[in-house]
Design a protein around this ligand. Structure first.
Ligand SMILES: [Zn+2]
Length: 318
């Protein structure tokens, strides 16, 4: 089912007017750049999808692994004080399931304009289909593609010919590609995969105009940006903080300030894997300079997604 709901339409004016900032308070818009939602039927019947995707079964065979719907995400945002969430689906290797979930994401973004921004999933192993689906969903109001997963979807991040049609569409829409990245060292976890910093760096070098959101701190790529020849080619690589407390000590926030341009760091949680409030609390606890904190929590996302152009920001007090 195709739903052409326009997620860019403005908020009702009453809602915007009701959330004007108070004089004397510092106002920061909070954007969670990395969440996952599923259609209710997948949440209810996850076992049916284990056979359709080995990656899905690896992640969600355990009953404890949570699946969230749009309503679960909205409830979490209300409870945590998050204004806008970027909602991703799942990196299905089957283009048909990608499309079904994309329809759900589009419909959700249309129902909650100004609260939910949809990113769609495509399967790059089917390059023409992936490019056509990206064109369809970006034209319908999605703001990016992702979170893709090279291991889960059976493609090589460095396969220039395979990715070229998809990248062309992304560049045309000036939309970012969010890609799962992991650490080449440290503990194993379900869904970790092997998309390490070297591969993301090669992707960035191959497609210098593509905006890449390297999830989970880019698997440690910020450290290598200290090498001048790496930093030079990393200007379009953004890092999200998804699942950070499961991977790094809280010190990472201050450490990264010294390694990369702070305009390229995005607060993201990986909800429902982790509560939005938990990561917010951690970020605030490390006492970053106020300007850096505001950029990480929402300013950078706003610039990357052009939130001024079509989606009026909703503000929270901090
Ligand atoms: Zn991920």
């Amino acid at each position: 089912m195709f739903c052409g709901a326009d997620s860019r339409r403005p908020l009702p004016s009453a809602l915007v007017a009701g959330q004007q900032p108070n004089i004397g308070k510092r106002i920061v818009m909070i954007v969670d750049f990395h969440t996952h939602i599923f259609p209710p039927e997948i949440k209810k019947q996850r076992t049916l999808y284990w056979q359709r995707s080995t990656w899905f079964s690896e992640l969600y065979e355990r009953k404890k692994a949570k699946l969230a719907t749009a309503e679960d995400l909205l409830a979490e945002m209300d409870a945590s004080g998050v204004d806008i969430s970027v909602a991703c689906g799942f990196p299905w290797d089957d283009p048909v399931i990608c499309r079904d979930c994309n329809d759900y994401l589009l419909e959700t973004a249309g129902r909650f304009p100004g609260k939910i921004i949809a990113f769609g999933s495509v399967s790059p192993a089917f390059p023409e289909q992936a490019a056509a689906e990206a064109e369809r969903i970006l034209s319908a109001g999605m703001r990016g593609i992702g979170e893709l997963n090279a291991d889960g979807q059976g493609f090589e991040v460095t396969d220039e010919i395979l990715l070229h049609p998809l990248v062309e569409v992304l560049e045309k829409h000036n939309a970012p590609l969010m890609i799962h990245t992991s650490e080449p060292v440290g503990h194993y976890y379900p869904g970790k995969g092997r998309t390490a910093p070297d591969l993301i760096f090669r992707l960035a070098k191959t497609f210098p105009n593509l905006k890449i959101v390297a999830a989970h701190w880019g698997g440690g790529l910020p450290f290598y940006e200290l090498m001048p020849e790496v930093g030079e080619h990393a200007k379009n690589i953004y890092y999200d903080t998804a699942a950070s407390p499961y991977l790094y000590r809280a010190d990472i926030f201050k450490a990264v300030l010294h390694m990369v341009d702070i305009n390229r760091v995005l607060y993201g949680t990986d909800f429902p894997l982790i509560r939005q409030a938990r990561l917010l609390k951690q970020i605030r606890s490390v006492r970053l300079p106020a300007r850096a904190e505001a950029k990480i929590l929402g300013g950078n996302a706003s610039a990357l997604l052009h939130l001024g152009a079509g989606i009026p920001p909703v503000f929270s007090r901090v």
